[in-house]
Design a protein around this ligand. Structure first.
Ligand code: PHE
Ligand code: NA
Length: 438
């Protein structure tokens, strides 16, 4: 059976950008920023995105395209070692862990989308009048589990369609829609009274907080930087494995990182001013900050009901283009390594995440642990493994893959890149792991 590839030149960029742009930008980012010092967090996060995330992204691309296999098969084939296969197999676990909380949040989004569509008809829903209390009642419990199942089922439906008809086609619609709608919303938010404090919180550079809390900010900022770029999980290895030789990896990687950062900043420019215009302190909201603040803002606005539909519609699309990339990791492992059919792989994994996600949806403390600390650890550790592999097992071959299809600038950067991914970045990641764990 021949392995699928992307059908068009833009297919890979859009799918990978669709994976990157997601709830990480719109929901997890404001939550983490608020919890870890506002603009000081933003500064460290941006440094890690470009200093570690982008070279790391290229490391995953190099491995995936060279091997044309899932993360487990890729590390085994390229090294000839069973041990590396075991390391790569962790990616399948990471995919399941990610999906276990991500589809719970996806369920919240679907629910808000649904009530914002039906709320105005029924004379205004509680989510608008008492947003804090509403979020409390819906966020965890059996209904949350039910909406998680709905989100998971949609994710599975797209992945079942395969690389071209499912993932590529889906992201071709989703990514542009998200971009256009967010730009529109950011422009509109400027007109809202009280928005200024939000811009200050988000963008005002705060050196004192940065200096005093640097070490406690580092772990979460690094974790969020990797999360937002979908790096460390094996998603990018997997997506690059469906690629031909003609694409420039450094070029595509840069476009993806810029798109993702742009959407992240745009989302910040929508969310923080809205929160402040509602008098919501983002630091007290926890994972609900986005929902409570946004719903409150929509309630206060004329035409807010319509905006709510647009907003939650956009977020649903962004979330789905990411959740499919989480599911695709273990699917690719089962299809490539186990010889499973795509249908069987999707079916079994949906059944598994239906259970793990339901447990997560019933236990807020578990949710916080998985969505925060566990994900930070898995992604940081995962990226460390991929980069040591690229730097020390592939070595010169990694450089050859890096420059294949690339232009003159990228060629100049190839050797410094190998040095960074083999030595400098691993040192940084180990250091980060120690500050997170210790
Ligand atoms: N980058 C995605 C987001 O920001 C999340 C993600 C992480 C997707 C890891 C795949 C792998 O929402
Ligand atoms: Na992201």
């Amino acid at each position: 059976m021949t392995r699928e590839t992307w059908a068009t030149r833009t297919g890979f960029i859009l799918a990978a950008a669709g994976s990157a742009v997601g709830l990480g930008n719109i929901w997890r980012f404001p939550w983490m920023t608020a919890q870890n010092g506002g603009s000081a967090f933003l500064a460290v996060y941006l440094l890690v995105v470009f200093g570690v995330g982008v070279p790391g992204l290229l490391g995953e691309f190099v491995i995936g395209r060279r091997a044309r296999r899932n993360p487990m098969g890729a590390l085994r084939d390229l090294s000839g070692s069973r041990r590396w296969a075991a390391v790569g197999a962790v990616s399948a676990v990471t995919g399941v862990a990610l999906l276990s909380f991500y589809s719970v949040v996806g369920g919240w989004i679907l629910r808000y989308l649904l009530v914002s569509m039906t709320g105005p008809l029924t004379g205004g829903a509680a989510y608008l009048s008492t947003p804090g209390a509403y979020f409390e009642t819906i966020s965890f419990g059996f209904e949350a589990a039910a909406f998680h199942l709905l989100f998971l089922a949609i994710t599975g439906g797209i992945v079942l369609g395969g690389v071209r008809r499912g993932i590529e086609l889906g992201t071709k619609v989703m990514v542009p829609a998200v971009l256009v709608l967010l730009v529109g919303m950011a422009a509109w938010v400027v007109t809202q009274p009280g928005a200024g404090a939000g811009y200050q919180f988000f963008l005002g550079f705060d050196l004192t907080t940065l200096r005093e809390n640097f070490f406690s900010i580092l772990g979460p900022a690094a974790g969020q930087a990797l999360f937002t770029l979908s790096v460390g999980a094996g998603t990018m290895v997997t997506y690059a494995s469906y690629l031909g030789e003609d694409r420039s990896l450094p070029f595509d990687g840069s476009v993806i990182a810029l798109l993702n950062t742009g959407v992240g900043v745009l989302a910040g420019l929508v969310v923080f001013p809205l929160l402040f215009s509602q008098g919501v302190d983002p630091g007290t909201g926890g994972p609900g900050a986005l929902f409570v603040g946004i719903a409150g803002a929509f309630a206060a606005l004329p035409g807010g009901g319509l905006l709510a539909i647009v907003f939650f519609g956009v977020v649903t699309l962004a979330a789905l283009s990411s959740s499919i990339s989480m599911l695709e990791i273990p699917v690719a492992v089962l299809v490539d390594e186990g010889g499973w059919s795509r249908r069987a792989a999707v079916g079994v994994l949906l059944a598994l995440v239906a259970v793990t996600g339901t447990v997560t949806a019933l236990r807020p403390a578990l949710f916080d642990f998985v969505a925060g600390t566990l994900v930070d650890l898995l992604l940081t550790g995962g990226l460390l493994a991929f980069l040591l592999f690229a730097g020390w097992v592939l070595g010169r071959d990694a450089v050859a893959e890096y420059v294949s299809g690339a232009g003159p600038v990228a060629r100049q950067l190839a050797t410094p890149w190998l040095f960074a991914v083999g030595i400098v970045i691993p040192v940084f990641l180990v250091f980060t792991l120690l500050t997170t764990a210790g």
